[in-house]
Write a protein of this length. Structure first.
Lengths: 122, 210
């Protein structure tokens, strides 16, 4: 699971008011190289919760993202390639996503998070 | 990529080994899947460089086709872990990256408007009444640009009315009518192959409140 997916998912358990962001417990992280698309990144930059992306990438052992970000950074190729790497090339392969409010763990196995809710959580 | 190339590539994908009748698992054939994605891209520009989600992805056919047509980020969501395992291998086989999520469509929480396009071949709602419209309801909330979906032609008026009136769609249009070959997968199928008339729809979601 890429961190772009992480940035758009939240826990949807009954009674939970703010299920975002899910906390990442990383056991195994893999990197897969993909071609960079600057226009796509610029578009995503407007939608991303930056702080959440920083936290998530740190939990995955990647610490290159700058603390503060603004649109001027998008002119820098160096920034784009760091952003690209964090957003699309890091994959949480084994571990868990944890609901920030209830502490419920959603296990991630072979890169696939299991977000299925139990009957009493719907 | 040419239509025939796309059809050929996804024609080689593995399909359900033990289809589950309660989930109405029917594979989306390469003929329909390739035309669906090809139309979405060539007529509407809804695939290339987009974020695309495949709802009820099964063995991943539609999501993989989207990825082959240049979707930048593809999500495949299904409730059935066995299907996801096949989908995962199918994606690997064609060297495309897809983020699969094991979940029911209604269990998943979404933040923001990341997903441009939802593509889906939902359960037709024959076994569980209304299952296809449950999918559509969520799809129209999650997508910001368009939803492509297959529904039985016999339910056309109902689908249109529900999408526009209840799900706040701005537009609901049948792009074409297709024949869906349902091979004899289940014991209750008496005939060897059943031909079902299916509409390919394009829905435009209404403005989302953020």
């Amino acid at each position: 699971m890429r961190l772009l997916t992480h940035n758009m998912l939240s826990s949807n358990i009954k009674g939970v008011i703010n299920g975002f962001p899910l906390r990442i417990e990383a056991v195994k992280v893999v990197e897969k190289t993909v071609e960079m698309n600057a226009d796509f990144l610029k578009n995503m930059f407007q939608k991303i919760d930056w702080k959440v992306l920083i936290e998530a990438s740190r939990a995955m052992g990647y610490t290159e993202l700058p603390e503060e970000s603004d649109f001027s950074l998008l002119e820098s190729d160096e920034f784009l390639s760091i952003f690209h790497h964090a957003l699309l090339e890091l994959h949480l392969e084994e571990g868990a996503l944890v609901c920030p409010e209830s502490g419920r763990r959603f296990p991630v196995s072979k890169g696939i998070p299991n977000m299925l809710l139990h009957e009493d959580e719907v | 990529m040419k239509l025939k190339q796309l059809e050929g590539l996804i024609g080689g994908l593995d399909q359900f080994s033990n289809p589950k009748v309660e989930l109405e698992q029917y594979p989306t054939g390469p003929h329909i899947a390739s035309r669906m994605l090809f139309t979405a891209e060539n007529s509407f520009g809804d695939v290339t460089n987009k974020v695309v989600a495949d709802f009820g992805c099964g063995c991943g056919t539609l999501g993989i086709a989207a990825s082959l047509l240049g979707a930048e980020h593809v999500l495949g969501i299904d409730i059935d872990p066995e299907s996801l395992e096949i989908a995962y291998l199918n994606a690997e086989e064609l060297e495309v990256d897809i983020d699969f999520i094991h979940s029911s469509i209604k269990d998943l929480g979404w933040r923001g408007q990341f997903v441009d396009t939802v593509i889906m071949n939902p359960p037709f709602g024959t076994r569980t009444k209304g299952a296809d419209l449950d999918f559509l309801s969520v799809a129209l909330k999650v997508a910001s640009q368009a939803v492509y979906s297959l529904h039985k032609t016999s339910t056309r008026d109902h689908v249109k009315r529900t999408a526009l009136r209840e799900f706040n769609a701005r537009n609901a249009e049948v792009l074409c009518e297709l024949r869906f070959d349902v091979p004899k997968l289940y014991k209750f199928h008496k005939k060897k192959e059943v031909d079902v008339a299916v509409d390919l729809w394009r829905f435009v979601p209404g403005k989302h409140q953020t």
